[in-house]
Design a protein around this ligand. Structure first.
Ligand SMILES: [Zn+2]
Length: 218
């Protein structure tokens, strides 16, 4: 059953915080998806190799396909809060590159990141939180430490952290390092600004532009 949404912003926020209403909205959305996407699902199944695997920060809730103007399902999307490389993330990237022959790994950070803001605040106040949040803060602090603490705001930290995340993938995975070294794959580290523009912070491997690049957007 689909429930009509309230008109005011306040009521909208109240509705979004209700788990029952949120679940009803997802179910209603899935009914539309199920009815309209069968052809797209078949197309995606035929082509099992994603164009890229995108590892992004979860509090930027813009879908990777929207950011890069690609068709739904053409990218493998991984996200968590603050780009924490755990076993699951590493295995997923290795699966994309090694098994699916995905040619590009994208580390996608963003401006106005709450994860970077929390990490910078913890660094400045020498106050590391407990619980699972600690892992996010510690990962970002490694990026701060690599810059000799010269970073003064969260957007600068986001840029440094995407680069550090790319380096860490290569250090933690012999399979990924081999794929990049051989030219089978490459890594691009990016920060997305508030207007949707992208800033390249670092690349690993060969991503030089071809003379006649094939640009395909939707
Ligand atoms: Zn973020």
């Amino acid at each position: 059953m689909y429930t009509a949404q309230p008109s005011s912003t306040i009521r909208e926020e109240a509705t979004m915080s209700n788990p029952s209403i949120a679940w009803q909205r997802l179910q209603a959305g899935n009914q539309h998806f199920h009815a309209t996407s069968r052809s797209r699902q078949k197309a995606a199944t035929r082509d099992q190799s994603p164009l890229a695997v995108v590892f992004r920060c979860a509090d930027d809730r813009t879908a990777s396909e929207a950011v890069f103007g690609q068709s739904w399902g053409s990218l493998m999307d991984i996200s968590n809060w603050g780009h924490v490389i755990d076993t699951g993330v590493l295995a997923t990237v290795e699966y994309a590159v090694d098994k699916l022959k995905t040619p590009l790994i994208v580390i996608l950070g963003h401006e106005n990141s709450s994860a970077m803001e929390a990490s910078l605040e913890a660094w400045n106040n020498v106050n590391i939180p407990e619980g699972a949040t600690r892992a996010v803060i510690e990962h970002a602090m490694f990026s701060l430490a690599r810059q000799d603490a010269s970073i003064s705001n969260a957007d600068e930290l986001a840029a440094a952290h995407t680069v550090h995340t790319g380096v860490s993938l290569l250090q933690k995975s012999a399979a990924l390092a081999k794929a990049v070294d051989s030219g089978q794959s490459a890594i691009v580290c990016l920060v997305r600004d508030a207007d949707g523009g992208l800033r390249v912070c670092a690349t690993f491997g060969d991503v030089a532009e071809n003379e006649a690049p094939l640009l395909e957007c939707v």
